[in-house]
Design a protein around this ligand. Structure first.
Ligand SMILES: Cc1ncc(C[n+]2csc(CCOP(=O)(O)OP(=O)(O)O)c2C)c(N)n1
Length: 517
């Protein structure tokens, strides 16, 4: 069954159970539900983004109206946020239905982006957990007197488009998870016949950066380094400057013949695409998660890399024409930053040039981490942190504030929905005593704009016209609104960046055109 057919089955089943209200928390993985609910009038659809509140709203609705009510979440910590309401539903015997979207079963245990262990997550607080992939299950009983969990796996393309689906490609290697003592041998084998391998470096612990830098300095191919790696500002002639699209562009033009990933699970789009491509991939990480259900994976100490430089084949290199192209694309979009100074990327770049060197920067999930990776200045390094374990938009301010210290400034950059999600976390900023500057920067683009770029359907966005002044003041924090680059000293406390949406759209339009060659 296709994703949309599974979704239709789910909605028909809800309807047959008497569900009238559906609380929808749009994300990427549950996109089939967003599209289907936009086209049906079987239910009253309540769109929301904080799954914890949304689940309690569904609970209250079910109790008040005395009919089963559903909450639909995307994958990852979004599902976990529903637990308190499920517990309440259990003890009050309320028919709360949780529908969670999931990534395909083959990815369980891999730590791939937004892939967590969702099956039986609610334990004995639900009457049943039904795990669904490809086929709708045979009729099953449900008393409608207790919560129910339906977990539905969706593979890409999510809306049944025609991009490369797993079933269309032959994947020879499946993940081999066992740590091997033969890392050097296996890496030599892997790289032996490769002429243009790409090095992809993601999240590293501070103490591992030196060893990886040493290894990278001898790398003859292209390198794409994410900001959480601590290598993004490292000077190397193969360092990709034009952004995370360039690795995919190299792959499309057959200018790379392998990917060696070092560090945490990458944010770069290429990584997600590799899941469904039969492309030689080798990962080395100090975390025990492969991040893909295919390819070779080694769980190793980063200090081992020091001994691995000899594995790099002598004849490997990179295409000089594409090296120049990378620089040209980089130059072109930097001109766009100047042309559209009030666009979101220009404001992110400006922010990166204003904060003091050696500041710890905590970047929120969704667009902030991607925009920072793309446009932040590279003159001096920052300590960039992010929650890239499960990629949730929950708990971002609190996690960031956990990085406060007396020796370094702290700047947290998050989206507006992410800020509202964790609005109580300013508790940890109240009565701030540290002598170093702490800033919580909210990029207020009036909703979840990442979905504008992904799905172009307003039901995903949760648009609003809220601002953050009274929020900051109610927590006794300083507040400044900024809508264009300025030269003054950057204030501390809450900074609300208000990008010009038209300029942002123009920036991305022209940016997209740069790749159409
Ligand atoms: C807990 C959780 N719920 C839902 C999601 C799915 N999700 C990813 S990005 C996003 C929207 C974020 O909006 P905002 O914070 O305004 O950032 P923007 O997209 O505008 O950068 C959502 C809901 C998630 N990652 N984590």
């Amino acid at each position: 069954m296709s994703n949309m057919e599974l979704t239709q089955q789910a909605l028909q089943t809800l309807s047959s159970w008497g569900v009238q209200d559906v609380v929808l928390c749009p994300g990427g993985r549950n996109a089939p539900f967003v599209f289907a609910l936009a086209e049906t009038n079987l239910f009253r659809v309540h769109s929301a983004f904080d799954e914890r509140a949304a689940a309690f709203f569904a609970l209250g609705t079910a109790q008040a109206k005395n009919h089963p009510t559903a909450i639909i979440t995307t994958s990852g910590t979004a599902v976990a946020e529903v637990l308190p309401a499920v517990i309440e539903a259990h003890y009050t015997q309320t028919p709360l239905i949780v529908i969670s979207a999931d990534r395909p079963r083959r990815m369980r245990g891999t730590g791939a982006p937004q892939t967590i262990e969702q099956i039986n997550m609610f334990g004995s607080y639900v009457e049943k957990c039904v795990d669904i992939e490809e086929e709708w299950p045979a009729p099953f009983s449900w008393t409608k007197r207790a919560p129910l969990h339906l977990n539905i796996c969706f593979d890409e393309p999510l809306r049944d488009g025609n991009s490369l689906a797993l079933s269309e490609v032959k994947i020879e290697e499946r993940m081999k998870l066992e740590p091997s003592p033969n890392l050097a041998l296996e890496l030599t084998q892997f790289l032996k016949d490769k002429n243009h391998p790409l090095l992809l470096v993601s999240g590293l612990k501070s103490e591992d950066v030196g060893a990886v830098k040493e290894f990278a300095s001898r790398w003859p191919g292209f390198i794409y380094a994410e900001s959480t790696s601590g290598l993004r500002e490292f000077s190397h002639s193969g360092m990709i400057l034009s952004g995370d699209r360039f690795p995919g562009y190299l792959l499309k033009h057959k200018k790379i013949d392998a990917v060696l990933r070092i560090g945490g699970v990458p944010t770069a789009r290429l990584w997600r695409d590799l899941e469904n491509l039969d492309f030689p991939t080798f990962s080395i990480s100090s975390l025990p998660f492969a991040g893909l259900s295919r390819g070779r994976f080694f769980h190793a100490e980063m200090s081992e890399l020091i001994t691995l430089s000899d594995c790099i084949p002598a004849n490997a290199g990179r295409d000089r024409f594409f090296e120049a192209l990378d620089q040209e694309i980089h130059r072109s979009w930097r001109e766009l930053l100047t042309a559209f100074p009030q666009s979101e990327p220009a404001l992110v770049q400006w922010l990166s040039s204003q904060i003091e060197p050696s500041t710890t920067v905590y970047v929120g999930n969704s667009l902030p981490i991607r925009e920072w990776d793309l446009v932040a200045q590279r003159e001096h390094p920052f300590h960039v942190r992010a929650n890239r374990g499960a990629n949730g938009i929950d708990g971002q301010i609190a996690t960031g504030l956990g990085y406060r210290s007396d020796s370094e400034g702290l700047c947290i950059l998050i989206g507006d929905l992410t800020a509202i999600y964790d609005s109580n976390a300013l508790w940890f900023l109240k009565n701030q005593t540290s002598s170093t500057p702490v800033r919580v920067v909210v990029m207020n683009n009036s909703g979840g704009r990442i979905f504008e770029r992904l799905f172009q359907h307003p039901l995903f966005y949760n648009e609003h016209n809220l601002h953050f002044k009274s929020w900051a003041e109610s927590w006794q924090c300083g507040y400044t609104a900024i809508s264009q680059p300025t030269n003054g000293v950057l204030p501390i406390g809450v900074i609300e960046l208000i990008p010009n949406l038209e300029q942002t759209a123009s920036f991305w339009k022209k940016y997209d055109q740069l790749w159409a060659r």
